[in-house]
Write a protein that binds this ligand. Structure first.
Ligand code: C5P
Length: 232
């Protein structure tokens, strides 16, 4: 029997988002007519490529059960973890009986509500025959400085520097093993870094600059602006 490859989305959404200085985690702040996480999940679902979306939610989170999308037939809720990598691993474990080792997983931050179907499909089309997988990334337009204290000590060659975005796309089995092996390592701030630690070389795929991560209060207005001007 031939196995048809599936695509899964994993959304870490168990962070607090301290830099927003808000009364609730940033994924529950209002952006136009919906919360940030509702935009993110609806955009992933409307790309029409995922078998299911596994969302990692903090156990003390009172907001998630209030959202209608929490009971969507394609949404699976998993427990959040201490760090982002723990949340991703927990979501992967929640789909362990459904996913095959060679299925693709696209991990996407709950705090990136402006993700487009164009970017999701571009990532998938570029990497679906790749051995390792890779991530959406952006080159830097600014000159980059290495700094000690408040003094510049070096100017970096920016042709080597890319900013890691999400989704990050890897095979289920490889990603789960890499995250398990890297457990507790503070250097693992995204999925690609767990694979790099195994000596693998994930690819970069140039993404759109409107796929911003809500981090600071002003990012909400910027996300609103992008949403009003996106038409794909
Ligand atoms: O804090 P930061 O913006 O880097 O978080 C990126 C994503 O990881 C967010 O969607 C956040 O909710 C999630 N996260 C998580 N579990 C943690 C920390 C962050 O799911 N322990």
């Amino acid at each position: 029997m031939t196995h048809s490859l599936k695509f899964w989305a994993v959304v870490p959404a168990a962070g607090v988002g301290k830099r927003m200085n808000a009364d609730r985690p940033k994924q529950y702040l209002q952006l136009n007519d919906k919360t940030v996480i509702e935009h993110t999940l609806m955009r992933l679902l409307s790309a029409n490529v995922f078998t299911a979306v596994a969302v990692a939610i903090s156990e003390e989170d009172p907001y998630w059960p209030e959202l209608a999308i929490a009971t969507h037939e394609k949404v699976i809720t998993a427990a959040g973890g201490k760090e982002r990598a723990d949340s991703v691993l927990s979501a992967l474990k929640a789909i362990r009986t459904l996913a095959s080792d060679d299925d693709w997983v696209l991990v996407h931050d709950a705090a990136r509500p402006c993700i487009t179907t164009t970017d999701i499909k571009h990532l998938i089309e570029t990497l679906k025959n790749d051995e390792v997988g890779g991530i959406l990334a952006l080159s830097s337009h600014d000159t980059l400085k290495s700094v000690q204290g408040d003094c510049i000590v070096d100017t970096l060659d920016r042709s080597f520097i890319w900013r890691a975005l999400t989704p990050q796309m890897f095979r289920y089995g490889l990603l789960k093993t890499a995250l398990e092996e890297a457990e507790g390592n503070p250097a693992i701030t995204d999925e690609a870094s767990a694979l790099e630690l195994k000596g693998l070389k994930p690819k970069i795929v140039e993404g759109r600059p409107d796929n911003i991560k809500i981090t600071r209060p002003e990012d909400l207005a910027l996300a609103q602006f992008y949403m009003e001007h996106q038409n794909d």
